[in-house]
Design a protein around this ligand. Structure first.
Ligand code: ZN
Ligand code: ZN
Ligand code: ZN
Length: 456
């Protein structure tokens, strides 16, 4: 389920019920932008369509109701051994929301602004995946991966009783598919571990034997293009990028990229593989097998079409250890990137962009220009990740926390560093002062000028 898509559906259908607008959110977007293939239009930066409003009619109703998925925090009692602990859990609940018609219209317009960016990413990433798959060269491998929901171990003797629950041993499964060259058949795989870590160490612990196998069976393959959903705890983050730049290279891949589907839209073959493998396992249990460990899970899958491989705890710990020793700088605007390449010459250099595309070099199409970032601080840390930065002639403290949230659409190709101004309620005039004077000493003056601009 994608919350953004569903919340858009709820608003659009509520508004559709009382007005003439289209009930299909994609058609609705088509009606308010010039071109759904244009990044400028879909990101709300096109002068011709950025201000087009929804066509709605007057309604007799004072109040309308619509649904919304909301994040809530709930406290729950959880058994830890014999004790009970109160824990906070994050849950998503469907709530009914009431509001006036103008509130509904306003909400829908705001939601459509978010949705059309999302719609653009969904469309473009699927398109790129399809095109890339169709045009794979002999030496190229395209792979799609995802973590499946953990499998809960079962013994055949207890299959009919209701013993299933949190105390049962779980297995972590990363599932996927890869294609090699043109007209390739799909090679499906599932790696299984008792180590339940799904962070980058887990990702690469699971991926390594698959990549090794690909190189052994197809030594001509030296390019790797991975596709996945974009959860920031697993795939879309600096530690995963770092391992992408080091691990495949050790196995002989010299050209690697990772592509992200729009968040929540990365299901597909890996999801199907996970479902099939789990159904297989459950059937074996019904026929009398016990699945009490990762080894017995793999044993049960001998006849499976899917390549099922055991991943040891050590394999994952080993990858995690590589991450402990290294200090990484986040890539600005990580959330908004959907394609990242490792530079062939330097593993700490990355090129990335908002939308996956084939264009490179001087032949770059709209919105697809590659940005550059270095994630591994060079020996002298201060050169690449400064604690302090100069702007004009003044020295400012670098805001390391804000690096993560730098928007990805800053119209500047240089590496920019956020700097700290006083957080005393004057941050806006302070920033203005930095821009206009190169220092924060004109903050009061800027505040007065803003006021006089507003009043006069
Ligand atoms: Zn969605
Ligand atoms: Zn437009
Ligand atoms: Zn392009």
């Amino acid at each position: 389920m994608c919350k953004l898509c569903e919340n858009t559906d709820f608003l659009v259908s509520a508004l559709h019920n009382i007005s003439k607008i289209d009930s299909d959110k994609n058609k609705l977007v088509e009606s308010i932008v010039c071109d759904t293939n244009s990044l400028m239009c879909m990101h709300g930066k096109c002068v011709d369509c950025e201000n087009i409003k929804l066509e709605t009619v007057e309604s007799q109703l004072d109040e309308v109701e619509w649904c919304e998925w909301q994040n809530k925090v709930e406290t729950r009692k959880i058994k830890v051994g014999k004790r009970e602990e109160i824990k906070e859990v994050k849950i998503t609940v469907k709530e009914k929301v009431k509001g006036s018609i103008s509130q509904l219209i306003e909400q829908t317009e705001m939601q459509l602004d978010r949705y059309r960016k999302h719609m653009f990413t969904i469309k473009k990433q699927f398109h790129y995946y399809k095109k890339k798959k169709e045009s794979l060269g002999k030496n190229e491998c395209l792979m799609q991966v995802d973590f499946s929901e953990n499998y809960i171990c079962k013994l055949s003797s207890e299959i009919h009783s209701m013993h299933f629950g949190a105390s049962k041993k779980q297995l972590s499964l990363q599932t996927g598919v890869y294609f090699i060259g043109q007209n390739s058949k799909p090679f499906t795989f599932c790696t299984v571990s008792e180590n339940l870590h799904h962070g980058p160490g887990g990702v690469w612990g699971h991926l390594r034997p698959i990549l090794k196998k690909i190189r052994e069976l197809h030594p001509e393959v030296t390019s790797l293009h991975v596709f996945s959903d974009g959860p920031t705890t697993q795939y879309k983050q600096k530690q995963n990028f770092y391992l992408l730049s080091t691990e495949p290279k050790k196995l002989g891949f010299n050209n690697t990229s990772w592509n992200f589907f729009a968040s929540g839209h990365g299901k597909g073959i890996p999801d199907g593989v996970g479902g099939a493998v789990k159904r297989n396992a459950d059937r074996e249990v019904r026929f009398g097998s016990d699945i009490s460990s990762a080894i017995s899970f793999v044993d049960c899958m001998k006849k499976s079409q899917v390549d099922v491989i055991l991943i040891s705890n050590e394999a994952i710990l080993n990858q995690q250890k590589k991450l402990e020793e290294i200090q990484l700088t986040p890539i600005p605007g990580t959330m908004g990137l959907h394609q990242i390449f490792v530079s062939a010459d330097s593993p700490s250099d990355f090129y990335y962009r908002a939308i996956s595309c084939f264009c490179r070099g001087s032949n770059v199409c709209e919105g697809h220009q590659l940005k550059h970032a270095v994630i591994i601080p060079k020996l002298t840390t201060f050169e690449t990740v400064p604690d302090e930065v100069y702007f004009e002639n003044s020295l400012f403290e670098m805001d390391v926390d804000a690096m993560e949230i730098l928007p990805n659409d800053i119209p500047d190709d240089r590496i920019l560093y956020p700097c700290i101004v006083k957080a005393d309620g004057n941050c806006l005039p302070s920033s203005g002062s930095v821009f206009s004077h190169g220092h924060i000493n004109a903050t009061a003056e800027l505040r007065v000028r803003i006021l006089s601009e507003l009043v006069l």
